[in-house]
Design a binder for this molecule. Structure first.
Ligand SMILES: C[S@@+](CC[C@H](N)C(=O)[O-])C[C@H]1O[C@@H](n2cnc3c(N)ncnc32)[C@H](O)[C@@H]1O
Length: 444
């Protein structure tokens, strides 16, 4: 069973004395749902939580871990930053705790997912727009071959080498919903409906997503999914979202800032924050843009190879799946040592660019930490969860190296704690032996 990020100790009571009763109740009520399902905080039950169930993002924090991290501080922050938003767990949990979130996400589908979760809705208007979408979609039969012109050929029947991700019938129905959603005048409603349509795509497809990536289902060619199945799944997703919005719409904080783009660049536009709590991609060659790209292509976020390439260029240099520039100026004794050792074993590495990629990864982390330094108030905490990597039996101790780099940027280390987290299996391709570390710094 997958296990979510826990910070290595039992669930902390909800911020005793640091939050008002209303905030405590709002968060307790929300998280109480997973406590009913299981006594421990697992990623699986966290994924069943209201809002978190809108889209299964395997690398997400468990919201309880966010609560625990905030509870461990000796003050209650009023603002919190997550420069690698993912599915928005830190930001959403902060709203429940009455803390104003700022978050950054480079992947436009995930950015929409985050914004859909953090927004407030007029439910009657939302239901009306859903009905309009359904009526319009069932009245049309778009031709996928005409609309999905720049999409990789594997996406659409007849695919490549006898394999395809979507049948023509299913793709046509997905496109019918998508085009009806795109035509809605209310951008907020369209965003939520697009995200919910995105949440059913994998279930309608011939592939599954695991910690190791995307692969074809066993027996996929005998599996039959039709246009009505797409409609039923979309309806189910919508009803669940409406339930969550009705139950938990009014949260102690209804505000947020979402910066869409590259955290290495956009932090200059962020408001000042008292806490940063996040997990960057790990330097383990897990390429988010590739693995989560069914939604990007099917929902029209990507239209051609150039779009795809441009998005991948904006992501942290944590993988070698695309050839890119690995120029880096960052320096630290620990990093130098590991790069030298990797360089000496270059002929045993599965990709000869790995030493440069690892260096570039820390260069990117340094850029983000330096951007954060200008956003964080003096004395503010920066808590980041990082994961180690190993190439040719050489371990890359990401916690130690990033703490060493952070010290040169004006941060003081409060603690570095290793964590037990099977969540790492997703980011680490199913290998459990690699460590994850919570690096707690303060901005001096
Ligand atoms: C480990 S996930 C974060 C998960 C998050 N803590 C949650 O609970 O959902 C890392 C995220 O960083 C995003 N990312 C990668 N490169 C980025 C960049 N340059 N700027 C902003 N976000 C980036 C990825 O798209 C991914 O969603």
């Amino acid at each position: 069973m997958e296990q979510a990020l826990t910070l290595g100790r039992p669930l902390t009571p909800f911020l005793p004395g640091k939050l008002g009763a209303a905030h405590r109740l709002a968060a307790e009520h929300w998280l109480g749902r997973s406590a009913e399902a299981s006594p421990t905080s697992t990623n699986q039950d966290a994924q069943e939580l209201p809002f978190q169930r809108w889209y299964r993002f395997k690398e997400a924090f468990a919201p309880r871990a966010v609560v625990d991290a905030i509870a461990s501080l000796n003050h209650r922050p009023t603002t919190c930053m997550d420069p690698f938003g993912g599915s928005g767990t830190t930001a959403l949990t902060c709203q429940f705790l009455g803390i104003r979130p700022t978050t950054v996400e480079v992947n436009p589908f995930l950015a929409d997912l985050i914004e859909a979760k953090l927004s407030r809705y007029d439910v009657a208007g939302l239901v009306a727009d859903y009905r309009t979408t359904i009526d319009r979609a069932w009245a049309s039969r778009p031709d996928p071959a005409q609309i999905m012109v720049g999409v990789p050929p594997t996406f659409l029947e007849p695919g490549v080498n006898g394999r395809w991700i979507f049948s023509i019938e299913v793709a046509s129905q997905i496109l019918a919903f998508r085009l009806a959603i795109d035509a809605l005048p209310d951008a907020k409603h369209a965003r939520l409906l697009r995200v919910l349509l995105g949440s059913v795509l994998i279930a309608c497809s011939n592939v599954i997503i695991s910690g190791k990536g995307r692969r074809y289902r066993s027996g996929w060619s005998k599996r039959s999914v039709n246009r009505h199945d797409v409609g039923k799944l979309f309806e189910r997703a919508f009803l669940a979202a409406v339930e969550d919005i009705c139950r938990y719409g009014p949260r102690p904080c209804g505000d947020y800032t979402l910066l869409r783009g590259d955290a290495r660049k956009v932090l200059t536009d962020a408001p000042a924050c008292e806490l940063a709590l996040f997990s960057p991609p790990y330097p383990n060659s897990f390429d988010y843009t590739d693995i989560y790209n069914v939604e990007l292509w099917m929902l029209g976020y990507l239209r051609n190879r150039e779009d795809n390439r441009a998005l991948r260029e904006l992501t942290l240099r944590s993988h070698v799946q695309i050839k890119r520039c690995y120029a880096a100026t960052v320096n630290s004794p620990l990093l130098r040592e590991v790069i030298e050792r990797l360089g000496a074993k270059r002929d045993q590495l599965w990709d000869s660019d790995i030493p440069e990629m690892v260096r570039a990864y820390f260069d990117d982390l340094a850029t983000v930490l330096s951007g954060l330094w200008h956003v964080m108030r003096p004395g503010a905490s920066v808590m980041m969860v990082v994961g180690d990597s190993r190439y040719a039996e050489i371990s890359v101790d990401v916690g130690a190296i990033s703490a060493e780099i952070a010290a040169t940027l004006g941060y003081r280390q409060v603690e570095r704690r290793s964590m037990r987290s099977m969540r790492s299996s997703a980011q680490q391709g199913g290998r459990f032996e690699l460590g994850e570390t919570l690096v707690h710094l303060t901005r001096e």
